[in-house]
Design a protein around this ligand. Structure first.
Ligand SMILES: Cc1cc2nc3c(=O)[nH]c(=O)nc-3n(C[C@H](O)[C@H](O)[C@H](O)COP(=O)(O)OP(=O)(O)OC[C@H]3O[C@@H](n4cnc5c(N)ncnc54)[C@H](O)[C@@H]3O)c2cc1C
Length: 510
């Protein structure tokens, strides 16, 4: 079924700064229709990308050709309460999965701050993560198996297999056999160096997730993982089996207002040593902008920003005794640390945190041509490096005369810095974004971090991937995997491989 103009318009944007109008939007009704579209694309040199909730901040699904949307007809969800898992099709929204899982006291743990709008397809596509990932990992750590349409138009099931099974698959003289054979080679030749280049961080979404393909301890392979974070550049995920976890019943929140950024590593170290349930942050600029969107909530939490604080850390525990111990330790370093007993204050703190990006995105600046620009918003750095990293990051922003706000999953080291750029002269604005990305990603690399924690490369970061991984690893792994799975460049053209820095000047903006 093909739909016309309003659909083309609504599929032209996401939460990135870009706007690209697709030629066609398709809501396939069944598997055969998806297979036909892939075969048509191959025969006619067309390009397909897939979209779920359309909340991606990197422009991950935007494309000028075929946009496939699974949210109408691929929405089945089946919960297995005993196995604590869900069989789910990729057009389902997170909120629908949550609605079903909660009936059994379960949740899909890596939910995002955009959980009310995002799709499961997009969570897998981006390897999304969130406030519970500190304990339960990112999406990729919670995907058990996946069914995926590949470039030959066939639907394959990928799950954990033994080394022997993988070897035997690699001997098949077929498209899928060759994928197993070549992936084993790529892993052998580039695996150690690529995994090192990803950085010393718990989660990442840049390039392809070669680091999760092979489990050394179990001596098993799981090819489902290579599609997670791949942003539909390797195939179209049809459905997956996801791990669910029990919802915690009792939580205690500590709020730590921070004046001196130099204290961050020490504070975070104490928190992280004590198995927190989540550790999040937002800064004073985000708080100030939130005042016009959430006046009552910001009023309730004003004490946390009453004395020139840079940011507040929210550290949540599911064990009262531990929370009490951490509270005492933190209090000695940062005297304003609070044990939040008042449910209304806790709710307001979480509300401002979860709305942080929306607040910045929708803020109307005094200069109407200014915009919040997701570009360096997805960096992740080991928290042990924060005392050196944060001041150097601020130096770069100041040197480039860029205002910003930040928030994020700080316990994992993911700090969402959103620069505010003036687009009065579009070319100059893009130049500024490119320079900022170059400088910040270089610093992140030096610190052992990654340019993308969970938003993916999309349009905005693909041009910087080669610099980040270096020519050999970029060609051997990122280009190598893309060509292996998608030799005719059918799937989500330009993302991960293709887009260059100069292309950013040509792409339409919102
Ligand atoms: C206010 C706000 C807060 C956010 N907070 C977070 C956060 O806390 N953590 C976080 O990780 N992200 C966050 N995001 C970013 C985004 O919401 C998430 O990455 C989300 O998971 C994307 O889901 P979606 O369904 O909207 O994706 P879409 O934009 O539809 O797609 C995202 C990517 O997935 C691919 N994709 C979609 N379906 C499939 C499929 N079937 N097969 C293969 N690939 C597919 C797309 O091609 C695209 O590349 C936030 C965004 C906003 C606007």
């Amino acid at each position: 079924m093909t739909i016309d103009n309003p659909e083309l318009e609504s599929h032209s944007t996401d939460s990135s700064i870009f706007k690209i109008r697709p030629r066609q939007v398709i809501y396939p009704k069944d598997e055969l229709e998806i297979m036909d579209v892939i075969k048509h694309a191959k025969a006619n040199k067309r390009h397909i990308s897939v979209r779920a909730g359309g909340t991606c901040m990197s422009g991950g699904s935007l494309n000028d050709d075929i946009m496939m949307n699974l949210t109408k007809y691929f929405t089945n969800i089946k919960i297995n309460q005993y196995a604590k898992s869900a069989e789910i099709e990729m057009g389902a929204y997170y909120r629908d999965l949550d609605h079903e899982a909660v009936k059994y006291g379960l949740m899909f743990a890596p939910y995002t701050s955009s959980k009310d709008f995002c799709g499961i397809g997009g969570m897998l596509g981006n390897n999304a993560s969130g406030e519970k990932s500190i304990r339960f990992g990112a999406t990729i750590d919670n995907v058990l198996s996946a069914r995926v349409f590949l470039a030959d138009g066939q639907l394959y099931n990928f799950e954990e297999i033994t080394e022997e099974q993988c070897k035997s698959m690699a001997e098949h003289k077929s498209f899928i056999g060759n994928i197993h054979k070549e992936m084993r080679e790529i892993y052998k030749n580039f695996g150690p160096a690529y995994i090192k280049a990803i950085g010393n961080v718990k989660k990442s979404s840049s390039g392809y997730k070669l680091d999760k393909l092979f489990d050394k301890e179990k001596n098993t392979w799981n090819f489902a993982k290579i599609f997670v974070g791949a942003q539909s550049t390797l195939g179209i995920i049809h459905s997956a089996r996801l791990k669910l976890v029990s919802i915690p019943t009792h939580l205690t929140l500590l709020a730590i207002p921070v004046n001196s950024l130099g204290l961050l590593p020490q504070l975070l170290h104490i928190i992280m040593q004590n198995n927190p349930e989540s550790v999040e942050t937002f800064d004073v600029n985000t708080y100030t902008m939130a005042k016009s969107f959430l006046p009552e909530d910001t009023l309730k939490i004003q004490n946390f920003f009453a004395h020139d604080e840079h940011l507040v850390i929210l550290a949540q525990f599911d064990n009262d005794e531990i929370a009490q111990k951490v509270f005492s330790e933190l209090k000695q370093i940062e005297g304003k640390t609070e044990y939040v007993n008042d449910l209304e204050i806790a709710t307001s703190l979480w509300k401002v945190r979860r709305s942080s990006f929306g607040v910045m995105r929708d803020h109307v600046f005094n200069v109407s041509t200014k915009k919040s620009v997701p570009c360096i918003e997805d960096i992740i750095v080991p928290i042990s490096k924060f005392d050196e990293f944060i001041p150097r990051l601020m130096e770069i922003l100041d040197m480039n005369k860029i205002d910003y706000g930040y928030h994020g999953h700080i316990g994992d080291g993911a700090i969402r810095v959103i620069p505010i750029i003036d687009f009065v002269n579009q070319k100059e604005a893009i130049k500024k974004i490119i320079l900022l990305c170059e400088q910040v990603f270089e610093l992140v690399k030096e610190m052992g971090g990654n340019s993308s924690a969970d938003h993916g490369d999309g349009i905005i970061r693909t041009p910087f991937l080669r610099d980040f991984y270096g020519d050999d690893l970029y060609e051997g792994v990122v280009v190598g995997i893309k060509k292996l799975f998608d030799p005719d460049d059918i799937f989500n053209r330009g993302k991960k491989v293709g887009l260059m820095k100069d292309d950013l000047f040509e792409i339409g903006l919102k």
